[in-house]
Design a protein around this ligand. Structure first.
Ligand SMILES: NC(=O)c1ccc[n+]([C@@H]2O[C@H](COP(=O)([O-])OP(=O)(O)OC[C@H]3O[C@@H](n4cnc5c(N)ncnc54)[C@H](OP(=O)(O)O)[C@@H]3O)[C@@H](O)[C@H]2O)c1
Length: 258
């Protein structure tokens, strides 16, 4: 009897990794990206966790050992477009159900992004990472997603990108980058290559969350737990409308105005 149960469990684990869902996460070595990796691995998904470091980050090595057979760690700096293509080629033939465009930077917080003393090279870096990066990832991995069952590309945006909500000046680079990434994802969502193959482009936001990203404001504003915020975003991904409307949702389901 024990032998039958063990064989059944091996068969089930094989079936889950051979026929289960696959997610690719960018900026997966810490913060929200790392939590996406953990929660999808916990659900039994195959996870392709990407990072931009020279060596495998300890955070990912540890998580990989906690979920044997489920996490594959790959290098991808989203600003290195040739490198993005190289990983896409390496993964040719792998169906990816969900891409989570998570990698992002703030551009230095509120102190540096002030009108009158703007640093345009930082502005450019923020746009390269937060806007061109996710677009390039979507472009290079479109075929992998098209070949999957769930066919989803989600980008982590922010309420700071909501043009209709701006009522104080600041965060010039970051806000502009999140408005722009909303636009590029909405734009590409209408492309025939996307609509004709039923690929879903979505926008989700964690709200203010306690990661390194928020070091500057930690202790000054309430910050959510990454576990709770990522669980909420996964729920929004699961319930996201497939009507081509591309709304932005907070982790708790609140819609963010454009
Ligand atoms: N935390 C919040 O309150 C909050 C609120 C709204 C939206 N968001 C968004 O949530 C996403 C994740 O933020 P977080 O809070 O987890 O920030 P975080 O803790 O600072 O982590 C950012 C991640 O992005 C990676 N990254 C940066 N540039 C990259 C590049 N060129 N290529 C690949 N990876 C790169 C970082 O890698 P390294 O470790 O190598 O730097 C890191 O893994 C961002 O898009 C952010 O805008 C965060």
């Amino acid at each position: 009897m024990r032998c039958v149960l063990v064989s059944l469990s091996i068969l089930l684990s094989f079936a889950s990794s051979a026929f289960g869902e696959t997610v690719l996460v960018t900026g997966a070595n810490r913060g929200i990206g790392l939590e996406f990796v953990r929660q999808y691995a916990e659900k039994g998904w195959d996870v392709i966790a990407t990072h931009r470091r020279q060596t495998v980050p300890e955070s990912l090595a540890t998580l990989k050992s906690e979920y044997p057979g489920l996490i594959r760690v790959e290098t991808m700096d989203v600003t290195d477009h040739a490198g993005v293509d190289t990983l896409a080629a390496k993964l040719e033939g792998t169906a990816i159900d969900l891409v989570v465009n998570n990698a992002g930077i703030s551009g230095g917080g509120t102190a540096t992004q002030q009108f009158g003393r703007l640093d345009y090279s930082t502005f450019q870096d923020v746009m390269d990472i937060n806007v061109a990066g996710p677009l390039k990832v979507a472009e290079s991995f479109l075929e992998h997603v098209a070949a999957s069952d769930q066919k989803m590309i989600f980008t982590v945006t922010s309420s700071q990108g909501s043009i209709g909500s701006v009522n104080w000046p600041g965060l010039f680079y970051y806000r502009s980058s999140k408005s722009a990434v909303n636009m590029v994802m909405r734009n590409v969502a209408t492309h025939p290559k996307v609509t004709e193959r039923g690929i879903l482009f979505g926008l989700i936001a964690p709200g203010a969350t306690d990661t390194d990203f928020m070091t500057e404001v930690r202790g000054r504003i309430p910050l959510g737990d990454p576990k709770e915020r990522v669980a909420g975003m996964i729920k929004q991904i699961e319930n996201y409308p497939r009507d081509g409307s591309t709304p932005s949702f907070e982790w708790n389901g609140e819609e963010i105005p454009w």
